[in-house]
Ligand binder design. Structure first.
Ligand SMILES: Nc1ncnc2c1ncn2[C@@H]1O[C@H](COP(=O)(O)OP(=O)(O)OP(=O)(O)O)[C@@H](O)[C@H]1O
Length: 327
């Protein structure tokens, strides 16, 4: 059996993750499962830890990220170049879009149970995206990346103190609404030149472009309802040429994946994408600020083995994530 390593972000979910870890740790001890655990001590540390674990002995291992989407993003970036590592995830953050998209239970004990069960089988090979920014190191994403107003919002949310306060009151989602409202009346749209597998598209007055590997982002918004993480394609969503008020309507409809029916929302699929903008745009990958446009994105097909279940084309019933059906 492969050795299991845990990388825990004690700050994820504004400290909630530590409680998650305590529960997971007790269960591991009770079930006499051998494991090694490491805590992320500062932003970027989870990436270093994952890299060091992957390098050690160069043997097959399971690395389980315990935290939010930022934690899994860092762990992914540490292990993406090592094809003998299997990635697992126990949700302990505030958004947890990875667990939504990859059908991991939100309950920590059930998530662990699912992971221990899935570890006995061959993992699922999934695609990831590689973002290349001018003069900066490459970044991999597992959920999605974006450029435009959504990237500014996620940057401001991550910096804000209100997030911690609202999370304590279990109103974490409101922080996105607050920053959306703050930006929607001041943000200046730009022309975006997009190339998808060599085909050029020009969009005037663009609010944002996202490139998704799985459907969810921003803590449960179904931005790319058709995205499948193992279909060898990335799903592109462009929102452009609409009024500020209509943009708010589009954002509301994203929670149900209905935004794709607006004529101002364009969707595509592709493998190699470039984004240029007349105005420098903020860029995020898995909700973490990584730089600014211009950039290129390249699909890395079936590049990472994950402990998750595939749902095929069935509709995802999110309530089921908490059921015991993994076992
Ligand atoms: N010890 C630490 N102290 C402070 N920040 C840390 C530490 N370890 C990691 N981080 C940073 O914490 C940030 C948030 O982590 P993460 O995204 O996992 O949690 P979250 O924001 O609560 O969840 P989500 O992204 O799912 O909403 C990341 O940007 C990461 O770099």
């Amino acid at each position: 059996m492969k050795q299991i390593y845990f990388i825990i972000n004690p700050k994820a979910g504004n400290g909630y993750c530590l409680k998650v870890w305590k529960k997971v740790e007790s269960k591991l001890v009770a079930e006499q499962i051998h494991f090694l655990a490491f805590f992320s001590e500062f932003p970027g540390h989870a990436k270093c830890l994952a890299e060091q674990i992957a390098e050690k002995n160069q043997q097959e291992k399971v690395i389980i990220a315990v935290g939010g989407d930022g934690t899994i993003h860092e762990v992914l970036n540490g292990l993406a170049k090592y094809d003998y590592i299997t990635l697992g995830f126990i949700p302990g953050g505030s958004g947890n879009d990875f667990s939504r998209g990859f059908h991991i239970p939100t309950n920590p004990e059930k998530a662990l149970q699912a992971i221990l069960h899935l570890r006995k089988r061959t993992g699922r090979k999934i695609d990831i995206g590689k973002v290349c920014l001018t003069g900066r190191e490459e970044h991999y994403f597992i959920n999605n990346m974006g450029a435009g107003i959504d990237a500014i919002i996620s940057y401001q949310v991550n910096q804000s103190r209100i997030k911690a306060l609202l999370n304590k009151l279990s109103l974490g989602r409101l922080v996105y609404v607050y920053f959306l409202l703050k930006n929607v009346f001041t943000y200046k749209t730009a022309r975006i030149d997009l190339s998808i597998d060599g085909k050029k598209h020009i969009f005037e007055q663009t609010w944002f472009v996202t490139v998704s590997n799985q459907p969810y982002y921003g803590g449960g918004m179904e931005i790319a309802p058709a995205a499948e993480p193992d279909d060898g394609l990335l799903d592109i969503t462009v929102v452009h040429q609409l009024s500020r008020l209509k943009l708010l309507l589009v954002f509301i409809s994203v929670f149900w994946g209905r935004h794709i029916h607006f004529k101002e929302v364009k969707t595509y699929k592709g493998k190699n994408i470039t984004i240029h903008s007349t105005k420098t745009q903020y860029v995020h990958a898995d909700g973490e600020h990584i730089g600014y446009t211009p950039l290129s994105i390249h699909l890395q097909a079936k590049a990472v083995e994950v402990l998750s279940r595939s749902r095929g084309k069935e509709e995802v019933d999110l309530k089921e994530r908490d059921s015991n059906e993994f076992c």
